[in-house]
Design a protein. Sequence first.
Length: 152
Amino acid sequence: MSQKMKGFDDPPYSDPNWEAFMQEVEETTGLAPRDWPRFRAGLRQLERRHAGRVPTASMHRKIAENVFFCAAHWKQTPRVVRGALRAYLKHPMGTMKYSYTAAEYWQWAFKVSPDDLPAAEAMLAKVREYLPTLDERERWNTEGLLAFLKRL
């Protein structure tokens, strides 16, 4: 990867519709560890409620991000995590989001699904490739993230 990955900006929190959407996402997230099917159903309802009020691309990316991070964090099955990752990676994301996604996937694979470690390592290799393109603060944060993973 010769240049920094680019994502797109979400609406500002000063947008009342985006703020309401994000608040509901956070409320729905509380269901993830206890009742995964209700969590997913809640996100589908949330998407229907906010359709047309917030930018569709931002809403879909935020939902996909939430599903992936919850699935990995709450140690869902490989089928669930792989599907959530595929859905999330379809959306443009910047280098930092990609780095955190790769790290979360690697941690999940390390703890839950060793069969996924090669794919997670490949994502981390991409992260290492674009380290030189990052500004000083981003590089420092990303190197710290990679160092943390080595200690696990």
